[in-house]
Design a binder for this molecule. Sequence first.
Ligand code: BGC
Length: 753
Amino acid sequence: MFDTRLFSFIIVICVSFTLPATVDLIPNEYFKVQSRTWDQAIVMAKLFVSQLTLEEKCNMTAGVGGACVGTVFPILRLNFTGLCFQDSPSGVGDGVLYSTAFAAGIQIAATWDRDLFYQRGVAIGKEFQGKGVHFALGPMMNIDRNARHGRNWEGFGSDPYLSGENSFAYVQGVQDQGVVATAKHYICNEQETNRFHATSRHRIQENPSNSEGYSANLDDKTIHEIYLWPFASSVAAGVGSVMCSYNQINGTQACQNNKTLNGLLKGELEFLGNVMSDWYATKTGVESVLGGLDIDMPGDGLMGFTLVQAVKSGAITEARIDDMVTRILASYYLVGQDQGYPSLDLDRDAIGDNHKINRQVGTAGMILLKNTNNILPFNVTTDKYYYIYGSAAGQSADGSGSGGSTQNGGALYQGGGSGFVHPTYNIDPITSLMAKGRDFHLEIQYITNQYDYNDINSSFHARGFTNAKCLVFICAYSEEGSDRTDLHPLNDGDKLVRLVASGCNNTIVIVNSVSQLNLEAWIDLPNVVGVIWSGMPGSEYGPALVDILFGDYNPGGKLVFTLAKNDSDYGTDISPTYESNYTEGVFLDYRHFDKYNITPRYYFGYGLSYTNFSFSQLDISKASNEKHSASVQYRERLMRPYSNFGSSRLYEPVYEITFIITNTGKVDGSEVPQLYLGFPAEAEEPPKVLRGFERVYLSAGESKQVTLILTQKDVSYWNVVNQKWTVAPGTYTVWISTSANNADIKLQSSFNV
Ligand code: BGC
């Protein structure tokens, strides 16, 4: 146990750790990665810039036409062939051939498994690099503030800490392959409604100053503690690029926002890479350049060559142009793209064996929500008869073509918009279930026309139905550019579940959803005995689901948002106007439910397993400098030549939290212990906030000691008066829990500072 008398102050540990010149990376087929430190990369970039004319430099600050969704001007006389920027966060997008549609951001987050976060990043990075793409336009880390936001599926859920951990690992996975990652969309891009001036033409005429995207209006504490947090993690990881968003922040457009770009990002976070605009998010030339924007994408005349005149007239200094181009090229040198990077061929097959990691992520991110009397997993010897209902069980009638997995029926592998990856193949649940049926002699029938109520009713009288397991597939789709109109499944999915449950006492619902869904129409029906949240699992959906249904994989995913009983319980929603007021402050998702004592249907962090776990021996100690200590290992794991932890020491370990977890059941499985922290009153924090987690895999009967690290930032709050991350004096409570539900807390202790 932690002795509070010994630790009256947090002492920041001052360790100097030497950066390796190169890191040992997963062997790479195409390209030997030699990444560099920012200092080294900046020296090289400056040398390059010193050889350019003013015209060449300005040309590099805006996109030009090319094969990629964004292209930076080549300087052929210096053997610089330009830069290719390409979507998306979940694989190489924009309609290219030979691409893996990876399990989406929301799915990888639901695995709560840092090794998988990283391995997925590596696999994605390999495909970008194999095609010769220089910048991957991901990760997407906007917070799931609004359940209906059309792009929630691209991001990592509602918690900043969880999003930050995901962003960090993604950046390293991608950049370890020599590809520059792009953290987007900076910042407070939490809705699609009114994101763009094109939808508000009448307002432009009325008042030109309102011609831009909606304004996210929020205070200093909230932006630091919630929305900036994952971007800060990306910068610490060493991200090369940040994409500014369509919206305004407190009345100023994101891509010319001096406060958020020059102040927070380049100043406070010490970001050394470049800021690129989201596509057509640049509204001005000179003002944006002065506000901190470095590249205009895809380039429509506001920057680029136009800036030559601005320099000549004195509106912009040439030093600022040099800074912009240095920032663009620094990220190129940082990840070693000058060392024989593959030539550009967007349709080159660089898939390798990425289906393996994709299946693993798809499976690990599925969440078991309900399992009455252990109906799951099925037993191939005794459970012989299956009836499948719902169009979301099979392929869409439209194929998985352009613009997103269709909303017109069919299993959903990803959501739509620029984040969608045109998949080389997709395996739907019916296909995989049939293969299982072939191998184990299972009787499998299906009805995918979910409006054929007569057929569904007749199925209840089919031969053998009495013992059938009924699998009902429902889905919810969304895409970039619009928000969902409600939180219900497509195509009367609620009605489908109710109908099947009226005739089948072994109804298992599979929820294939982009983000939050309201389950209340059927969740309490006694015949609904099982619910699996299959999420947005990518191309390997079918195999991943079948592994879970039959117990070849013991589910261990956890919700990355709360599932409310009433939509209004979330307390936040899409703003229908051009002002989106973040009046909830830091009380978002479980922090809000805690504050107002609202009981949700399922808590943030919740998810069942086919086995059980016990917890013991919680201990809190100060971070150690011993060679093999958890703190030292933690630091080593995070380090890369290109890391950018800045001068703040905020990412230094300050506490080690240890405990024992045991698999007390009969099958192997995993649990995700979650560390929630309670702050002293001065911090004005929610009752508890997530500050640590680890997915622990245990054989039946096995025990492991788990160590979670609390960093200086983890125990700090943003002090708006001092403008600093500050440790609040008083008692901190540490809870180890299996969800944000207080009833799931397993261990509790405290420390004083
Ligand atoms: C999206 C970005 C994307 C860009 C390029 C924009 O509409 O918001 O996420 O990277 O297009 O396709």
